[in-house]
Design a protein around this ligand. Structure first.
Ligand code: SAH
Ligand code: SF4
Length: 386
């Protein structure tokens, strides 16, 4: 399953890989069509909407399917661009219906995406934003994998497409949709890849295509405070914060980015998040670690900390992974913790672990992709596509 690059074959003089149109917004499509000389400028917007609908409403994977686009335009598009889906390296289905895909988007670039039924309105897809992570939260499996690179918008959207292919959810306006929500809670820190995450959200939420409303898209961050405002302004997505501790000493250990942006700075950043209100609450994620952060005193401290912020609290039973030093809190301890929060007026559902048997639960994701020099990888990617 591990990704291997045959470096001996990598030679410098190779053409760049064709742009995958799945990662372009409608405006981006129009620009790309004109720049490539595939569509005249005065037709670009109309063509862009037409092609966008084929890709994101119908799920087209080939230009030949676009029967209302003239043949020569289709040929011009196919010459410059691609609609190819990534390779699915592995597909697993949990006993509880959770599905996990290991997706190879390019040589050495493997990410996981997880579909969880009966979450949100009808089901949520947990997408990855990076391969690996630069942060090293000590309880997180992804944190043990060095960052390989940011995912492109196309690679983020591709995870949604793979899920929709598998659920047979094309066209996108089907009544019985099982994919209703998107959560950026897979591998990586989305706020370190904000440009591509924001483009992907523009694409996924566009009503001409997949049409998942921004209010059903949640971005989870470990607390990259300087990017919070931009996230809210650019995406209008729902915000989730991986809090996990109520004092800096402990959070410094569990979520080391806290040494850079401490709890006070984080809370200030959250209060300033555009658009928060009682109807649009911030979700605080709190992983339950036995004997580490699960005492009644900490539940009370949490209540004090969140005062004045429209919040809901998600208690996540710790999901173990091979080699972890942590254990999950006992069920009774989690319930006692939740009761204190409920008494203070917070909705604090305990997130039932899903897909644990296939290592698909929160924080268990990790691919075998390893860091190779960017220059070497680019050559290999270009080789593979050429
Ligand atoms: N990097 C982002 C988003 C991905 S992690 C972030 O940290 O918010 C998604 C959620 O899973 C986070 O709240 C994270 O803290 C939590 N998580 C990580 N490892 C976990 C584990 N082993 N068990 C339970 N939750 C975990
Ligand atoms: Fe990265 Fe989030 Fe895991 Fe921390 S919890 S290591 S930020 S993916």
């Amino acid at each position: 399953m591990g990704a291997t690059l045959n470096l001996a074959r990598a030679t410098p003089a190779v053409a760049a890989a064709p742009v995958n149109l799945s990662g372009l917004t409608r405006e981006g499509l129009a620009r790309a069509f004109v720049e490539a000389g595939a569509v005249p400028a005065d037709k670009a917007r109309m063509r862009a909407t037409q092609v966008f609908r084929w890709i994101h409403h119908r799920g087209a994977t080939s230009f030949d399917q676009m029967t209302d686009v003239a043949k020569d335009t289709r040929a011009a598009l196919a010459e410059h661009f691609t609609l190819a889906r990534p390779e699915i390296v592995e597909r697993q289905v949990s006993t509880d219906g959770t599905r996990k895909w290991l997706i190879r988007t390019a040589p050495g670039i493997e990410v996981e995406a997880v579909y969880i039924p009966d979450v949100g309105r009808s089901g949520a897809l947990c997408v990855s934003s990076q391969v690996g992570c630069t942060l090293n939260c000590t309880f997180c499996h992804t944190g043990t994998q060095a960052l390989v690179r940011n995912l492109t918008a196309a690679e983020i959207v591709a995870q949604v497409q793979v899920c929709k292919d598998d659920l047979e959810e094309w066209p996108s306006d089907r009544e019985d949709r099982r994919l209703s929500n998107i959560v950026f809670m897979g591998m990586g820190e989305p706020l370190y890849n904000l440009d591509n995450v924001a483009d992907a959200i523009d694409i996924i939420s566009d009503n001409e295509g997949i049409g998942i409303s921004r209010r059903r898209i949640t971005v989870s961050t470990s607390g990259v405070v300087p990017e919070l405002k931009a996230l809210g302004e650019r995406t209008q997505a729902m915000l989730a914060i991986s809090l996990h501790a109520t004092n800096d000493d402990l959070r410094d250990v569990l979520v080391p980015i806290n040494r850079k942006y401490d709890i006070a700075a984080l809370m200030d950043g959250i209060r300033a998040y555009p658009g928060i209100s009682n109807a649009r609450r911030v979700t605080f994620e709190y992983v339950m670690l036995k004997g580490v952060n699960d005492s009644p005193e900490e539940a009370l401290a949490l209540v004090r900390l969140l005062k004045g912020i429209p919040a809901k609290i998600n208690l996540i039973p710790f999901n173990p992974w091979p080699g972890t030093p942590y254990e999950c809190s006992d069920w009774a301890t989690i319930e006692r913790f939740a009761a204190i929060l409920n008494k203070a007026g917070y909705s604090s559902p305990i997130r039932t672990p899903r897909g644990r048997d296939i290592l698909a639960a929160c924080g268990q994701l990790k691919s075998e992709s390893e860091k190779v020099r960017a220059s070497v990888r680019r050559k290999a990617e270009a080789l593979a596509s050429g």
